[in-house]
Design a binder for this molecule. Structure first.
Ligand SMILES: Nc1nc2c(c(=O)[nH]1)N[C@H]1C(S)=C(S)[C@@H](COP(=O)(O)O)O[C@H]1N2
Ligand SMILES: [Mo]
Length: 199
């Protein structure tokens, strides 16, 4: 009779299970932008949350930077199949920004300077899952990576992490954004490989 340790199912290494299906690891930080890089000065920068009733909540750069910041270390996964593990950012949690926003909306449309949009369920932006990030790797966020401020929602494919974020529209009905209108998945869970509509 052999001895079998409970729970032992072979030599699957930890490094194999940290990557979603179909992804490969990169040490670089590729730049993926659908258009030119908007240059947004912090003097003119603002972040605006507009609720389903039309109420606007606005933060200037100074007001935004006065909010408590967090320094999450997260894995990011691009739909073009690169993943980057343990990236460190500094930013303000959406929990902080949405704390005083009264809404019954279920959806959000992120809007960027330059016109990019992407949609997410509002519940994917709260409970410690999303930030407005302004530093990467202890440096101010470079313009090509979305500086001065980008959305960071690491549990979804990286196209949901809108660079040069300007605002969020809170909506009672889902409204597809730029890539979602072009055939990409509405939700985009990398662990379920939700790359395109129908996946
Ligand atoms: N405003 C804006 N945000 C964007 C994009 C874009 O083209 N414009 N591209 C998305 C895609 S497809 C990816 S993979 C990531 C790329 O971020 P990076 O250029 O910092 O790697 O940004 C996302 N956010
Ligand atoms: Mo992407």
């Amino acid at each position: 009779m052999g001895i079998v340790s409970p729970g032992f199912h072979g030599r699957r290494r930890r490094s194999d299970v940290k990557l979603p299906p179909g992804q490969y690891l990169t040490e670089d930080f590729p730049v993926l932008s659908a258009g030119p890089t908007p240059r947004v000065g912090t003097d003119a920068w603002e972040f605006v949350v507009t609720t389903e009733t039309g109420t606007r909540h606005r933060w200037s750069w100074a007001e935004f930077r006065a909010l408590p910041a967090e320094t999450p270390t997260v894995d990011i996964h691009c739909v073009t199949k690169w993943s980057k593990l343990a990236t460190t950012w500094t930013g303000v949690s959406l929990d902080t920004l949405l704390a005083d926003v009264e809404t019954t909306a279920d959806y959000a449309l992120a809007r960027s300077y330059g016109g990019y949009t992407t949609n997410l369920p509002l519940q994917d932006l709260v409970d410690g899952q999303a930030w407005l990030a302004y530093r990467f790797d202890d440096e101010d966020l470079a313009a090509e990576h979305g500086g001065p401020v980008r959305l960071l929602v690491p549990h979804l494919y990286f196209w949901k992490s809108a660079k040069w974020i300007q605002g969020l529209d809170l909506l009672t009905e889902d409204e597809p954004g730029f890539w979602e209108t072009a055939g990409y998945h509405d939700y985009g869970d990398p662990w379920l490989e939700q790359r395109y509509q129908g996946d």
